[in-house]
Ligand binder design. Structure first.
Ligand code: BES
Ligand code: MN
Ligand code: ZN
Length: 467
């Protein structure tokens, strides 16, 4: 969808559908068709958030969109109402949609309208007939100049991450993910294969990859602009392109969903691509750990002991706790690359889905200030997180009998926390935040997110780089 901004009034554009918003306790500002205020007065067009009414005048369609209370109308409300409008406009056969931007709203709200439209318009049809029709242009009409470029870049990067997520595991292999990374411009990309992982001493990551004939990939994406300011950011993503559980195999019922176990890696990859495309003045290294987790003849077995790159020995008591093994070596690698602040994104634990459902991602961090920055960036992006604690007592739960630590605790409880407590052993004293996106990465039922991949985390990382 092409997105442009104009200071022309909506009727002066070539839009076939014009959206005019109305706040509670307010009227229509510019009654272009002459009948919009009457529609509101009659009660047919309602002011509540997401309420829509349609009318026609001068050979065009008008959608009157309820915006709710002005004081409550923030970026997330803008995304939500824009998604509702997009849905209705699609049904009506709109090809060019023009939003009359409500007066006196912030740039973040304008960005929300753009994001909500582009995110809601996303469909994944690679293996189906393409949809006929569809909206090809969005015009923002406002009294002042607007620049929607950053919002467009964030939404399009989110949609590209969704494409990677939705692709089945027989297509989106670790090497396919590395090929996608190689397409990014403005960054340099380095890739390690199985032999490279083993040679680098990444025994934890390599153990996961042993159970599959599909080649693993450690993808390092480096963005180093000359005008970089602030700390070197390290973004680390879990990209298990299919998680069968390995020898500790998962039940069949929902196993197909485990093609989404690469969601953190997809978010990192597309976020760094967007940060480079926007030329943000910040040094970023993206590290994506990509492998399948399968139970082949050479697969890691419960009880196996491996050594991670930082020297820590790990008893693998459950081969389904593979994400933390991959991330362990990826975090060490990010620090070796010079990262001074770390964020990892991972569909890491079912326990996090039990704790927070699909609304909040779990946030665990070794540093209050950095946790605050990550949480605030997520808030701006509409990707909210809830902080959970780390504590030395949880360290007792991951103590190993035969090695330094275990990848899966004997005692039940606090599964999302003990996973993070495990990761903490690999970050040294670099400020680090872990986002467990198991509940939010796909099927998160946001009004602007179709079923399947949500692209969760892409815009949080872009916001972090911007801040
Ligand atoms: N990829 C899964 C976590 C997951 C579960 C993501 C459901 C999305 C939805 C992860 O690799 C896993 O299997 N974790 C185990 C850890 C356990 C064995 C300690 C889990 O959560 O059951
Ligand atoms: Mn698993
Ligand atoms: Zn997994």
């Amino acid at each position: 969808m092409r997105v442009t901004a104009t200071t022309d009034a909506p009727p002066a554009t070539d839009a076939d559908t014009i959206v005019v918003g109305v706040f509670e306790d307010d009227g229509i500002k510019h009654d272009h068709s002459g009948g919009l205020q009457a529609l509101v007065d009659s009660g047919e067009a309602k002011r509540g958030l997401r309420k829509l009414a349609v009318t026609h005048a001068d050979g065009r369609r008008y959608i009157v969109a309820g915006l709710g209370g002005r004081d409550d109308f923030g970026p997330e409300e803008a995304r939500v109402v824009a998604a509702a409008v997009l849905g209705r406009a699609k049904e009506l056969g709109t090809t060019t949609l023009c939003w009359e931007v409500p007066h006196h709203v912030s740039d973040a709200v304008v960005a929300g309208l753009v994001e909500g439209t582009l995110l809601a318009a996303y469909t994944y049809r690679e293996f189906k007939e393409p949809e006929s029709g569809g909206i090809d242009a969005l015009i923002l009409s406002a009294h002042h100049e607007l620049n929607p470029a950053a919002a467009v870049a964030g939404a399009e990067a989110t949609n590209r991450a969704r494409d990677l997520q939705n692709r089945p595991a027989n297509v989106l292999t670790p090497s396919a993910l590395a090929e996608r990374a190689a397409e990014l411009s403005g960054v340099s990309v380095e890739v390690l294969d199985r032999a490279g992982l083993e040679a680098a001493g990444m025994g934890a990551f390599a153990a996961v990859a042993r159970g599959t004939e599909e080649e693993p990939r450690l993808i390092t994406i480096s963005y180093a602009p000359a005008d970089a300011v602030g700390p070197h950011l390290g973004f680390v993503g879990k990209a298990v392109t299919f998680d069968s559980g390995g020898i500790s195999i998962k039940p069949a019922a929902k196993m197909h969903e485990m093609k989404f176990d690469m969601s953190g890696g997809a978010a990192v990859l597309e976020a760094v691509g967007a940060i480079a495309a926007l030329s943000l003045p910040v040094r970023v290294t993206g590290v994506v750990g990509a492998t399948e987790n399968l139970p082949d003849g050479r697969a890691m077995k419960p009880g196996d002991i491996v050594r991670a790159k930082n020297g820590v020995s790990i008893e693998i008591n459950n081969t389904d706790a593979e994400g933390r093994l991959v991330l362990a070596d990826c975090l060490t690698h990010a620090i070796d690359q010079g990262a001074e602040r770390l964020v990892d994104l991972a569909t890491l634990t079912g326990a996090m889905v039990v704790a927070l459902g699909r609304t909040y991602a779990g946030l665990l961090s070794s540093d209050d200030e950095w946790a605050g920055a990550v949480q605030a960036a997520g808030e701006r992006a509409g990707e909210i997180s809830w902080r959970l604690p780390l504590h030395d007592e949880y360290d007792e739960m991951i103590k190993g009998r035969y090695a330094d630590i275990v990848n899966s605790t004997a005692e039940r409880g606090a599964g999302g926390i003990t996973a993070a407590q495990f990761l903490k052993r690999f970050v040294g004293d670099v400020p680090w935040a872990h986002l467990d996106i198991a509940g939010t990465a796909y099927d998160n039922k946001k009004p602007y997110t179709p079923v399947g991949g949500a692209g969760f985390g892409v815009r949080t990382l872009i916001e972090l780089a911007r801040g």
